[in-house]
Design a protein around this ligand. Structure first.
Ligand code: GH3
Ligand code: MG
Ligand code: MG
Ligand code: MG
Length: 311
């Protein structure tokens, strides 16, 4: 049996000393105290693996001590009560009050060792369960993040965008608030890839995405990768006046990145074109309807010479 840190509480000096010695002989580290108050004070300092608690003590009974420790320290530590009484009601009550087991005095050595072993086994299984639960929670968290995230840019992905936009449409429809949808497309990106290579192309998308993430990180704002070199921004409760300002600001932000693009036929740097729609939804629009509409507007921005937005 592995050594345990045992906090022993008994008001009778001789009994306490004898039991402490026997526990030490079994290889355990023992802290022995004479009252419930001492036990409560010692508990956090000693940090025991197990409590041996005398039930009958003058100032504070063992069950009261157990109750207080259970309230103060939610992290479970096994408690074994010690008592000269072997009436079934006493045993049942002690266990009701938060005890895990009960040993009748005089304490028999074999029974003591066996019960310590049982508690140790439970504590060990509990630790294992906790570890497993923790790693499952972490894995779960990571997974649900990955499900909604685009791997390259770490922006929300298309799947998340579809879900959120659907919610936004019905909420704004119900509340009669304006909703804004912006679709952006990197200009001459095929030429960029052809000239600088796919890796640089990926880096360029990451930089544009980081800018979007920074620009639209408040509540009610969502930036997502729609697909390829196309992104979508959704702005809750945003009318056309504000949306125009946002598009202009975004255009400037991307320009300020000054990502060289020597093969662009419209600028020397990477730019984006944007299509924007602001409307008060009826609530019946589908996301595909809306993508189609905003894509048509984006096409106009391309036609008109790129590095601009059309509303
Ligand atoms: P336009 O200004 O009209 O938008 O021209 P464009 O060249 O940007 O448009 P086009 O749709 O012809 O090309 C888009 C290019 O984007 C083609 C495709 O290879 C590239 N692309 C799409 N996804 C990725 C990606 O994840 N990484 C990289 N490096 N390139 C991508
Ligand atoms: Mg006593
Ligand atoms: Mg495109
Ligand atoms: Mg493009």
């Amino acid at each position: 049996m592995e050594a345990m840190r045992i906090l022993l509480v008994d008001d009778v000096h001789l009994e306490r000393m004898q039991l402490a010695m026997r526990l030490q002989r079994l290889g355990h580290v023992v802290e022995a105290v004479a009252s419930g108050q001492d036990a409560i004070e010692k508990y956090p300092l000693f940090d025991p693996d197990l409590l041996l608690l005398d039930v009958s003590m003058p100032d504070m009974s063992g069950t009261e001590v157990a109750e207080q420790i259970r309230i103060k320290h939610p992290d479970w530590v096994p408690i074994i009560f010690l008592s000269g009484h072997d009436e079934p009601e006493m045993i049942a009550k002690a266990i009701d009050m938060g005890g895990d087991d009960y040993i009748v005095k005089p304490v028999n050595n074999i029974v003591l060792a066996a019960k310590l072993k049982a508690m140790q086994r439970i504590a060990y299984m509990r630790h294992q369960l906790k570890d497993t639960t923790k790693s499952l929670e972490l894995a779960n968290e990571k997974l649900s993040q990955q499900v909604n995230e685009d791997g390259l840019t770490k922006l929300a992905n298309r799947r998340y965008l579809d879900t959120k936009l659907t919610e936004f449409i019905s909420w704004h429809g119900r509340n009669n608030f304006p909703l804004t949808l912006i679709m952006l497309d990197v200009d001459h990106f095929k030429l960029f890839n052809d000239h600088y290579g796919h890796i640089e192309g990926d880096r360029c998308l990451q930089m544009v995405a980081a800018e979007l993430k920074k620009s639209f990180s408040r509540a009610g704002e969502l930036a997502a990768r729609y697909g390829g070199e196309e992104f979508v921004v959704v702005l809750s409760n945003c009318d056309k006046t504000r949306a125009v300002r946002e598009c202009e600001r975004l255009k400037q932000c991307i320009q300020k990145l000054e990502i060289p693009h020597s093969k662009s036929t419209t600028a020397e740097i990477v730019t984006v074109s944007q299509g924007m729609v602001s409307w008060v939804p009826t609530g019946l629009e589908t996301v595909d309807n809306m993508y189609q509409i905003v894509d048509r507007v984006l096409y106009k921005a391309k036609e008109q010479g790129r590095n601009r937005f059309v509303a």
